[in-house]
Design a protein around this ligand. Structure first.
Ligand SMILES: [Zn+2]
Length: 509
């Protein structure tokens, strides 16, 4: 290939090399690549070494994260390099697009690349064609290596010999196996104990932050971390493998049943016993979502378009509520994320309206509603009718039981009895609902009567909200329907808010 390089003055040559893992044997490979490159350059009298750029421990799949490569590209741009020398196509890139893109970028700076193994020089007539063919092969090779690695890991998943590459909080890796780390294990135990004793997860997290216990990454504790500890069977000594997987584009994804999952009992020493783990998990399940996170809206907002729950997420510094199915794919639901501040403002407007009608008008919306419930309950004798029906059912059951004991109608006894019990259960629920509605409506009226009309979102009643509202049905960008615990359902328009905000935003810009 030297015949291509005929120059009067010395050519500044850069050597690029890369090894994909940080194994000691591969480190040797890096050194030998570097030495080889250096010798090739220094042996030619027309060349001088512009620098050796080496990346190690980085997979060749993607160009991102290869610091030396990026440095080399910027040096080429700065005109410090005339030619790049590299061992093979697979050393430079393992992805066709990346490789061609890089070669073309360097060509625009007037820099050619020489691939020693394949004897290709970019910029020459057949260089580009050869390169695209070879880069294609290189990508295939990279895929098959990663497939082989995956196959090996899955074999270890299935046989139970797999050990997590990173030990979870509470454990350390010792001789390749999980071993208990006493200080962290004490924290894990205190989390389980706290939950069983009824401490909400967000309070446990705040307590840990107050006593300056750091997470593994040195970050602050939050509800999410407590949840992941309570849900991780690793703490009772079991191991669940293949919770996530890497897709064909090399992105990590949650395994929602696309691949087999492997579960191994008694895989390592547990931090809590099985009874404690199960108890904490069931307690956690029973805590309503807003009480787990300490956030009044969490677990209450539902997408009115598809009926799925909406989750609170942070994006660009603001909190939004996102439809769970829309987030998975826009084909499932076309709902757009809605700002939390919009929902809060809508509820404040609603409260202000209720308070205004209650405090400044004769009658009042809630008075009317309570009178309506009361009319249903007392005026039309519903509650009395329910009580009478309950009594009749009980008497019929007693009569049936007496007959059955005397040896009559035994065949029909069970069927008839079951039907009567089901009917009684229905009546009981009906009576409860009537009673509950009145009580809840009275509570809402008491709250509204003391509500001071406000336009400030900071005045949102964080504490009272979960007791007053059972659900918020949201049509993003259009309306928010608040379902009160007393059965009252009121809708507030949110289209104006969005346009108003856009308008003020435009004015600022
Ligand atoms: Zn939806």
């Amino acid at each position: 290939m030297n015949q291509n390089i005929a120059q009067s003055e010395k050519q500044r040559v850069a050597v690029y090399c890369r090894v994909s893992t940080v194994l000691p044997s591969q480190r040797l490979s890096a050194i030998s690549q570097q030495n080889h490159g250096r010798n090739t350059v220094l042996n030619a009298p027309t060349r001088e070494l512009a620098g050796i750029y080496a990346d190690s421990g980085v997979s060749g799949v993607s160009r991102n994260g290869r610091i030396s490569l990026q440095r080399m590209v910027s040096d080429c741009k700065a005109g410090k390099i005339d030619l790049v020398l590299t061992k093979s196509v697979s050393r430079l890139a393992r992805n066709t697009t990346d490789c061609l893109e890089l070669a073309r970028t360097l060509l625009t700076f007037g820099v050619h690349i020489v691939f020693e193994k394949e004897n290709i020089r970019t910029g020459s007539a057949d260089g580009e064609l050869m390169l695209s063919i070879l880069a294609c092969f290189a990508e295939e090779e990279s895929r098959s290596i990663s497939e082989n690695l995956k196959w090996g890991i899955r074999k270890r998943f299935a046989s139970g010999s797999y050990q997590p590459s990173v030990a979870p909080f509470g454990y350390r890796k010792s001789d390749g196996r999980l071993a208990i780390e006493p200080e962290e294990a004490a924290v894990v135990r205190s989390i389980f104990e706290g939950l069983i004793n009824g401490t909400p997860p967000h309070v446990i997290a705040a307590g840990l932050n107050e006593s300056r216990v750091a997470t593994r990454r040195g970050a602050a504790w939050s509800y999410t971390q407590i949840r992941s500890i309570v849900n991780n069977p690793v703490y009772m000594g079991d191991l669940l493998c293949q919770k996530t997987y890497t897709d064909e584009r090399f992105c990590q994804r949650l395994n929602r049943g696309m691949l087999d999952r492997y579960y191994h009992e008694n895989h390592h020493e547990p931090i809590v016993d099985r009874k404690t783990f199960a108890l904490a998990a069931s307690v956690f399940e029973q805590i309503p979502c807003h009480a787990r996170t300490g956030h009044p809206l969490c677990g209450r907002v539902v997408c009115a378009v598809c009926g799925c729950p909406m989750f609170r997420r942070q994006s660009k510094g603001a909190h939004t509520f996102v439809c769970a199915s829309a987030r998975r794919h826009s084909a499932y639901c076309h709902s757009k994320p809605e700002r939390e501040s919009t929902i809060r403002a809508a509820f404040l407007t609603l409260l202000n309206k209720l308070a205004f009608s209650q405090q400044y008008t004769q009658g009042g919306i809630l008075n009317g509603y309570i009178a309506h419930i009361a009319a249903q309950e007392i005026g039309k004798g519903d509650a009395a009718a329910i009580a009478a029906a309950q009594e009749r059912s009980r008497m019929e059951r007693a009569a049936l039981a007496a007959e059955a004991m005397a040896g009559h109608n035994t065949a029909q006894y069970h069927d008839r009895c079951r039907a009567l019990l089901a009917g009684e259960e229905r009546l009981r629920r009906e009576a409860d609902r009537l009673h509950c509605c009145t009580e809840q409506a009275e509570r809402l009226r008491a709250f509204v009567e003391t509500w001071r009309i406000t336009g400030d979102v900071a005045d949102f009643p964080d504490e009272a909200f979960p007791n007053l509202v059972s659900q918020v049905r949201l049509v993003s960008g259009s309306s928010a329907t608040f379902c009160f615990a007393c059965g009252l359902t009121l809708t507030e328009d949110i289209t104006n808010r969005a346009t108003k905000k856009e308008k003020t935003g435009d004015q600022k810009a």
